[in-house]
Write a protein that binds this ligand. Sequence first.
Ligand SMILES: Nc1ncnc2c1ncn2[C@@H]1O[C@H](COP(=O)(O)OP(=O)(O)O)[C@@H](O)[C@H]1O
Ligand SMILES: [Mg+2]
Length: 357
Amino acid sequence: MGHIRKLDILPPKIEKVETVQILRQLTKSANVLGELKGIAKTIPNQAMLINAVVLQEAKDSSEIENIITTQDALYKALTTQGKQPEQVKEVINYRKAIFTGFSIIEKQGFLRLSDIEVIQKTIVENNAGIRNMPGTVLKNDKTGEVVYTPPQEKDEILDLITNFLEHFNLKQTELHPLINLAILHYQFESIHPFYDGNGRTGRILNILYLIINKLLDIPILYLSSYINHNKNDYYRLLNATNKNDKWEEYILYILKAVEETSLKTIEKINNIKNLLDKTIEIVKDKASKIYRKELIELLFEQPYSKIEYVVEKLNVERKAASRYLKILENAGILKSQKVGRETIYINENLIEILKKY
Ligand SMILES: Nc1ncnc2c1ncn2[C@@H]1O[C@H](COP(=O)(O)OP(=O)(O)O)[C@@H](O)[C@H]1O
Ligand SMILES: [Mg+2]
C-alpha cells in the first residue's frame, strides 16, 4: 500500500526535480511568465485587471472543488443586495481570501502560519484551524478508494508546516522559483493541514509565492483554469508523487500550466486593451459630451456597474450618473438589466473576454 509512505520534508533530492526535460520546459515557462509580467505593467489601470482576473480565479479554483457558480451570479452578488446561495458566498469568500493574502504579502513580504490560517478561515468561514483529530484521508472521488493518508498527528503536521514555510519564504534557493512553486504546492497539499480548504488555500499560496519571488508584481496568474481542463492529471500526479517520490511528470505539469495560463492571460490583457481603446473611441464619437477617462475606466473596473458607482467615482449627482449610463447603453457599450429593484449595467463585451479560457 503506497499511501503508507511517510511524507518527506523539503527539499527533495535535486536530481529528481531538475531533469533535462524539466529544465527545457522551465525555459519556456519562465519566458512567457516574464512576458506577462511586462505586459501587465502596460495596462493603464491595474485595478481593472486585478479585479477581473481575481474573480475568475475564485470561480475556477472553487470549481476544482465542485463549487460551481456562474460569472453572472458572482457579479450580481457583488453589485446588488440580497441573500446569496451558499456556493456563490463561498466563491465571494475565496475572492476576499486572495486579496487578503495579497495585502499580507505586500505588507510583510513573507508568510507565517497564522497568515495561512487567516486565508483558509476566510475561505471556509469556520475556526477549526489546523487538524487536531485523526481520520482525514484523501479518497478517489469516483471509487471512494483511499488514495492517500496525510499526516495525522498535530505535532507532525506542525513540524511539516514549519519546514514548508522555511522553504516558502526562502528568497534565494538553488532551484528556480518555478520548480519550487511546483514542489511547494505538492508539499502543502500532501501535508493537508486543514480539514477542508486545502486545495483552495494551496492555490492562493501559489500566486503569493510568485509575487514574493518577483516573478509577478500583481496577482494575475492562476493555474486553476488549466487544472480544471486537466483535472484527472492533477490528482493522478499529486498522487503518483506521493507514492513513488517521482517528481518529473508532476513538475512538468505545473510548468506547462504556468506556460499555458501565462499565454492565455497575455491574450486576455491584449483583448482588454483593445476593447478599452475601442470603447474610448466610440464614446468620443457618439457621446463626446459625457466622455471622461474615469467613466470609461469604471466600466472596466466594474463590468457590472450601477448608478452608485458612477456617483462615487465621478463625484456627480444621481441624476447625471443615471443619464450617463443610459447614454452609454444607447451607444451600445452597456446593457441594462433589472435585478430586484436595482438596475445594473453590464459591459458585455468585456464579460465575453473574461469568460474565455
Ligand atoms: N493524492 C493527493 N495527494 C496530495 N494532495 C491531493 C491528492 N489528491 C488531491 N489533493 C489535493 O487536495 C485538494 C482537495 O482538498 P480539500 O481540503 O477538500 O480542499 P478544498 O476544500 O479547497 O476542496 C485538491 O484540490 C488537491 O490539491
Ligand atoms: Mg473540500
